[in-house]
Design a protein around this ligand. Structure first.
Ligand code: 26Q
Length: 804
């Protein structure tokens, strides 16, 4: 079907006519997308079946990656790339007058995630398959992914996302593998024939979990792994008096990603989602295991279960329930198996992001699971008491249940054999500070796994021009061994290469400029520096620092006509959580500043601000290749890792950033001359109290650049914004600027001047760009996944001969 162009065209045309019943000329791009998608899925299916057969029969250990988020983006382009059928498809379609790019853009993003954590899970799936590792994803098939963002009068407006509306090409429903998940009800104890104390869950309300499988195609290999997403449906039971209410409440469980949990009703729904994922996934994992192995005590030798943050942490008491109630193992043995089987990744040190569940909600919803958590807690506290007699406070701080709350991170630390952070600095902070208590007891459990990104999507697929240039220069082995990108460093003084690199970047800038014009009707200067900050909107990520710097540049140009920096286009993309009031105000502020500076003829040749709405994976793929400056300006110690930083680097952008998260490791790899570091260190941030404290008002009073910009938030400088930015003003001055925006302002401005100066020497800039690309191989998620496989999961590649 995809062996040669003519064969492909013939198959495509005949399928098109057969499946949509129109002549070729009448078919829509949507029709064409669906037909091509179905052809590719069919093509994948042989290897998918083969891979599954191998996994069913092999003794090789399998890993299951449980995540409440999988932010896949579009799937077709990635499959075409990994299958190596790009040329045939592209040329075949071209003969028919169809552009493959246009056709791919008919696919809605699979946006079953918020940001970094969900995108990491997606990159990991791609790496697992590409490395021939037996890795399975387990998630939820939300009917609505992350909301669509529209900007109306500068304000974020949310619309429901509808990725399933036109039918999903990539998923396969497997009703026969459905699993019942019980909620509510009560637990009864009884004595069995052998006189053992047993438990039974009575009067539960069941929900049916129906799996939808998505194939995950590895790069140039026969391995096709599976991402299994569970859909919530009414169970087949005639018990309900109010069947409509039951149906509605059931379907709610897989309706939305992260329903608002400000109210109790939302909280219960979220906890339901978590148990739904865990119960269905573990049931199906254990079913596969039992087909191969009769002795349950062998579980840790056959299965590794990884939990992506604490959201699936109920895997711990759920596995205990299976081992105790179904397998009838004694507690100690069950506990050993559980701890050996499960591992955990922590993605944040922000205490407000650590999950806690009120006992009053947890216990009635999951009565048996709660009993088990209680016993885990009691046994753990007893051990603590033996180790730290009399240290009540320490024991209270470390308990899994305290103050009528279940602390999910504590459960994860106690119930797994491995806890990893996502960048060197983050792991050190976990060990030395945030989780130091637990590190003292379980030092061998803590380890670091610096995040990575799949270079296939984020370089080969999204930046074909750069991919071509790299391959012309160093060959194509780097595609399967990204550290070989290092060889590019030989070209850093090669004038012809640098010129080519500049040309590639320019072409990518032209494309992004077209997108900007199409979406925002803003004409940007192609010779301006494309300076980009794209990520979720959060106070700690400090989009505000970027904005205050823009306001300062504008003010200075207005005041001093001789001050004209190198032209810059500041590009933003960010979604704010619907209930996060402050974050929404920052979006409004960015758009308000954009309105003002873009329309000022005296400055707008030098300064443009662009807010691209609805930032998502597919838009990101257009942005990174065109970026020249990467803004990674979080308050040091607050960003666990970041992964956008790696995507920019791999596409040749230079970072301006703080010594935070993985920026530290980028710095170590490219060296100080090829990155722009500023601001407080994480040590300074964490010790600021000991170092005399911080008084933001002093910076406001003493620095007139700050004074002016901060006043402009509230003094009518922006027309018709009366009172609108008071919360931002207050965050800086009344709440003493928790994220040290004003403290880092001067350092940021000076460093931005260095960026401008460096750009004047275009050759030197391009040279730094080469050094960034050349050292980005370390940040391929293939390296990250290899480390997880070797150090935590102990899984090995399952042999699969390379097709080509
Ligand atoms: C917690 C409690 C209640 C409701 C929601 C949550 C919740 C939801 C989502 C907590 C955290 C998240 C997402 C976190 C996340 O995306 N973290 C990012 O993970 C990336 C991958 O490791 C890192 O690169 C980023 O630094 C980190 O912020």
């Amino acid at each position: 079907m995809f062996d040669n162009k003519e064969q492909f065209k013939k198959a495509f045309l005949s399928k098109l006519e057969m499946s949509v019943g129109k002549s070729f000329e009448e078919t829509s791009p949507q029709d064409q997308y669906h037909v091509l998608g179905n052809m590719i899925r069919e093509y994948i299916s042989t290897n998918w079946i083969k891979t599954n057969q191998v996994y069913h029969s092999t003794e090789a250990k399998q890993v299951y990656y449980l995540s409440i988020e999988f932010l896949l983006g579009r799937i077709m382009g990635s499959n075409i790339l990994n299958l190596g059928i790009g040329d045939v498809v592209e040329e075949g379609l071209r003969d028919l007058g169809i552009s493959l790019d246009d056709l791919e853009s008919n696919e809605p993003d699979s946006a079953l995630g918020n940001g970094g954590l969900g995108r990491l899970a997606a990159c990991f799936m791609d790496s697992l398959a590409s490395l021939d590792l037996p890795g399975h994803g387990c998630g939820i098939r939300y009917k609505h992914g992350l909301f669509e963002q529209k900007i109306v009068n500068g304000v974020q407006v949310e619309y429901p996302e509808l990725w399933l509306q036109n039918g999903q090409v990539w998923e396969v429903r497997k009703s026969d593998l459905s699993v019942e998940v019980p909620f509510w009800g009560k637990v009864e104890s009884f004595e069995d024939e052998q006189g053992r104390l047993r438990f039974r869950h009575r009067d539960a309300e069941p929900i049916m979990a129906v799996p939808y499988d998505i194939p995950v195609v590895g790069y140039q290999t026969e391995t096709v792994n599976t991402l299994r997403l569970w859909n919530a449906e009414p169970a087949n039971v005639p018990f309900h008096d109010d069947i409509m209410r039951y149906k509605r409440e059931t379907e709610m469980v897989s309706e939305f990603l992260y329903p608002d949990d400000a109210e109790d009703s939302g909280k219960i729904l979220r906890l339901k989602q978590q148990y739904f994922l865990v119960r269905a996934s573990l049931n199906s994992i254990l079913n596969s295991f039992r087909k191969k192995q009769k002795d349950i005590r062998e579980l840790p030798n056959y299965v590794s279960i990884h939990i992506n943050d604490t959201h699936p942490v109920l895997a711990i008491p759920e596995l205990m329930r299976i081992l105790l109630d179904e397998e009838m193992l004694p507690w100690e043995e069950a506990w050993d198996i559980t701890v050996q089987t499960i591992s955990y990744t922590n993605h944040t040190t922000l205490s407000e992001a650590l999950e806690k569940w009120p006992v009053r909600l947890f216990q009635p919803l999951l009565p048996r699971i709660y009993m088990i958590v209680e016993e885990i807690n009691e046994r753990f506290c007893k051990e603590l008491w033996e180790r730290y007699p009399g240290q009540w406070q320490r024991i209270e701080d470390m308990a899994i249940i305290a103050h009528d709350q279940v602390k999910m991170a504590h459960l994860a630390l106690v119930g797994t054999h491995s806890t990893n952070g996502v960048a060197y600095l983050h792991t050190e902070i976990l060990k030395k500070r945030e989780m130091n208590n637990f590190y003292e007891i379980f030092p061998e459990r803590f380890n670091n796994k610096t995040n990575g990104i799949t270079h296939r999507r984020w370089l080969m697929k999204s930046n074909p021009a750069l991919t071509g240039l790299i391959t012309e220069s160093i060959g194509d082995k780097w595609k399967v061994e990204p550290p070989l990108l290092k060889e590019l460093e030989h070209y850093k003084d090669d004038a012809a290469f640098l010129e080519q690199l500049e040309k590639v970047k320019h072409e990518n800038k032209v494309k992004l400029a077209e997108r900007i014009f199409q979406q925002n009707q803003i004409k940007v200067n192609l010779d301006s520096i494309f300076d980009v900050q794209v990520k979720r909107l959060h106070a700690y990520k400090r989009q505000l620092l970027n904005v205050l710097h823009i306001m300062y540049l504008y003010n200075r140009m207005k005041e001093d006509p001789s001050f004209r920096p190198h032209p810059r286009t500041f590009i933003f993309g960010a979604k704010a959580s619907p209930g996060y009031y402050y974050a929404k105000k920052i979006i409004k502020l960015i758009n308000t500043v954009a309105e003002k500076v873009n329309n000022d003829k005296t400055t707008n040749d030098y300064l443009k601000v662009v807010f691209l709405e609805n930032y998502r994976v597919s838009l990101a793929e257009e942005i990174f290749p065109a970026a020249e400056v990467s803004e990674q300006i979080s308050t040091a110690s607050k960003e666990a890792s970041g992964t956008g930083n790696m995507k920019f680097m791999m596409n040749g952008a230079l970072t301006i950033g703080t010594m935070d998260g993985a920026n530290v490791e980028i710095f170590e790899r490219v060296g100080k001359d090829n990155i722009f570091i500023f601001g407080m260190t994480s040590e300074e941030v964490m010790n600021y109290q000991a170092n005399g404290g911080y008084h933001s008002s002093e910076y406001y009073m003493l620095d007139r650049r700050i004074h002016e910009a901060v006043n402009q938030l509230v003094n009518g400088f922006f027309p018709n914004t009366n009172g609108m930015f008071d919360v931002i003003y207050d965050s800086l001055l009344i709440e003493n600027d928790q994220y040290f925006v004003l403290r880092d302002f001067d350092s940021y401005v000076k460093t931005q001047e260095k960026v401008s100066n460096a750009y004047q020497d275009k050759k030197g800039w391009n040279k730094s760009s080469v050094v960034n690309i050349a050292n980005s191989g370390f940040f391929s998620s293939d390296r990250t996944i290899t480390e997880y496989a070797n150090d935590i999961w102990h899984v090995k590649p399952v042999n699969s001969p390379i097709i080509k």
